[in-house]
Design a protein around this ligand. Sequence first.
Ligand code: MV4
Length: 506
Amino acid sequence: MREQTKINKVLIANRGEIAVRIIRACRDLGIPTVAIYSDADRAALHVRYADEAIHIGPSAPRDSYLRKDKIIAAARKTGADAIHPGYGFLAENAEFAQQVADEGLIFIGPSPSAIATMGDKHAARVAVRRYNVPLIPGSEAGLSDDDLMAAARKIGFPLVIKAVAGGGGKGMRAVHNEANFKEALATARREAESAFGNGDVYLEKLLVGARHIEFQILADTHGNTIHLGERECSIQRRHQKLVEEAPSVFVDDDLRQRMGQMAIAAAQSVNYVNAGTIECLVDEDKNFYFLEMNTRLQVEHPVTELVTGIDLVKEQIRIARGRRMGPTESFLQPKAWAIECRINAEDPYTNFMPSVGKINTLITPTGPGVRVDSGVYSGYEITPHYDSMIAKLICWGEDRGEAMLRMRRALEEYTIMGVKHNIPFHVNLLNSFSFIAGKIDTNFVEQRFSMDTYENAPTDEDLEAAAIAVTLYAHRKRQLATQVVQPGKRDTSNWKWYTRYERMNR
Ligand code: MV4
């Protein structure tokens, strides 16, 4: 049994909403915090909320948030004895985790070896296979082009070529027939080499029409590994998730039990410690397969917190302190329903193009069942240096219907001016029959927000003509004084209507 470890000050090696989220957990635990910041983040919220803040360099991530040496130096300078990496940046960098440990500091996350094994997507398959975790049929890694061709014939088409150093959909290429295989393989290798400095690939049978469901794991240093249920993550665009919910409409108690045990086994196969996520594909017949493990806290962790009542960041810190998970922490059935909408500074009407500028007005929703995790405020400047996510709007309720109605209300209350944002996309999604019915797949966003739909929307000229007609009509009506104006019931169920509304208010 390992001893309890002291954590007296935590440095947060991140920025934005997740840095704020971690600072809040530390505050609740009474632990002082150190923020790090780049040039662009001088006025960021995480800098204001932390007890201390250290400037670590220019705005480009490679000069600041990715500089292992500067971050470790900042910890030494401030006397921080632990580092929380958040997500992105250095969160899944085994070398960084090792350097932190070598400095005698605590990395609030898994061991370097667990990060490294799960980071190599083929090594991960080898590790979990020994624990009887179901895998999509596939090939070995490290094969020559000829051997891969032979393996491809055996697996059959369609299949996917995946980079061993990839993950999260990066370095992934579908091949539908043998004729295209050689060229696809060459492209996949080239792309993997330039993106990851490693051109090694392996093959998997392509699973079509499956759902993307992930399990939250917590493991302490005393050999206890638990799962906290699933999250449904099918609403995404180009591997960027946009909406997540917990639980999944597709997962019944029996499936949750079986997938949960599988997720625990997958984590145990690398002696996993701290918080992690097992990503799975689930087909229509409820067969499930391990895809990969994310060895970090995820963006969408709040939906799990809201249905379990567990503060995952607090748990991460307790685990890093060597505390044992209590019996109350073994997983109970989900107690509620939660949905998260990622609020991005992206214009859904121009192919989700990122938008920069100053937020001049910000009205944030609140009230029953609403949580907002955000790193922005009125007057905050959004720069092109970092990702476009500016907030997460998370709503919960007793059941899915209540969570969705609260989400709709909160989205309507949300006002962000100065930059374009994707709230209209979310409103549209919440009004779609397929989302309401839970019948969604990974192509939903592309289909619903294609440029085709946009081009069928009314033009500015149409709107002007309509506005003139309405004005004249209203004027005539006032003259006649025959009717009291009724505040019409706002109907956002029609996509075109909403487009028009948005275009007028942009
Ligand atoms: C797959 C797959 C189908 N078949 N592998 C994407 C994220 C990464 N964790 C692995 N991913 C997938 N791997 C096989 N053999 C489908 C996905 C996938 C996906 C693919 C294309 C577009 C959106 C997707 C969303 C979730 C999962």
